[in-house]
Design a protein around this ligand. Structure first.
Ligand SMILES: [Zn+2]
Length: 66
């Protein structure tokens, strides 16, 4: 059994490696490191893949292939 260890949702660093900030979204808990908190603030669309169901305002709701 794997216990889900807190780790940055962006870079996967754990709280053993870097201080993590906890987030709550739709009753689930996520963690992000200070290095990537600005991503959430300024580039939330980059977190759409990381947070299931997350659609930041301003992001066109359509699937695109890059
Ligand atoms: Zn990070």
């Amino acid at each position: 059994m794997t216990v889900s260890e807190p780790k940055c949702l962006y870079c996967d660093q754990t709280s053993q490696q870097i201080p993590l900030i906890s987030l709550r979204y739709q009753d689930r808990e996520y963690w992000i490191c200070p290095e990537h908190l600005p991503v959430m603030i300024h580039k939330p669309e980059q977190l759409v893949d990381k947070l299931p169901g997350f659609t930041p305002s301003g992001t066109p709701v359509q699937s695109q292939h890059e």
